[in-house]
Ligand binder design. Sequence first.
Ligand SMILES: Nc1ncnc2c1ncn2[C@@H]1O[C@H](COP(=O)(O)OP(=O)(O)OP(=O)(O)O)[C@@H](O)[C@H]1O
Ligand SMILES: [Mg+2]
Length: 251
Amino acid sequence: MNETPVSSNNNGAAANGAAANGALIRLQAVTKVYGTGIAAVEALKGIDLRIGQGEFVAIMGPSGSGKSTCMNILGCLDVPTAGTYFFQGRNVGRLTQDQRALLRREHLGFVFQGFNLLGRTSALENAELPLIYRGLPVKKRRVLAREALASVGLSGWETHTPAELSGGQQQRVAIARAIVTHPKVLLADEPTGNLDSERSREVMELLTALNRDRGITILMVTHEPDMAKYAARQVHFMDGLIDGRSTEGGA
Ligand SMILES: Nc1ncnc2c1ncn2[C@@H]1O[C@H](COP(=O)(O)OP(=O)(O)OP(=O)(O)O)[C@@H](O)[C@H]1O
Ligand SMILES: [Mg+2]
């Protein structure tokens, strides 16, 4: 993987901080190419994006425009082919794989379209999973997982498995799992894609409350304009680039 930083400045940390200029997240000229030769697909063609602490951003655009590719980079699940990603002023491309994994565990939470819960595993155990990776003792994990389930309105549902929960409830367990570590950023890729409109509205109201009350920065991919309206800002992808329909943010 090419993780070469763009900056050739020796004065690493200070230069990075200045480049990020206070934004929580900053992408500079980020590209992503999948495959090689004639099979190469240029999924991102030069993304510049700044996101401030506490923003709620909807990421929109047609299928194949690069939304998930960009989310994977922001989530430290993948690295750009070229360009630079700053998180809190740190150049993510200069981190080792372990440091990136740590950044992900400490600061980022993930919610997916398909919920991605473990079947035959209770809501409580699903919600506490990220804490197991952090090595927390079981009692502490249980307390925090109960709190997280309560904050998504699922007190009393701790022992239920995914099969015993509705789609909306499963997505709320997934959100509890994402916030149990108190992340700075929640990355949600089509969180309402598998839900009916009433359940979608509940999930969006929950995300809005987490953003408003806890100051969690939320980046949410959606195809639905009605869902994007919950966000204060819209970033519109088209053919691997951010286009002019995007609205400005505070960063
Ligand atoms: N792992 C991969 N290997 C090869 N090509 C990929 C890979 N992932 C994505 N692509 C290609 O990169 C482009 C952007 O894909 P991406 O998944 O980011 O789109 P998207 O905007 O999330 O689309 P959708 O709305 O359908 O989820 C597409 O042309 C896709 O086929
Ligand atoms: Mg996608």
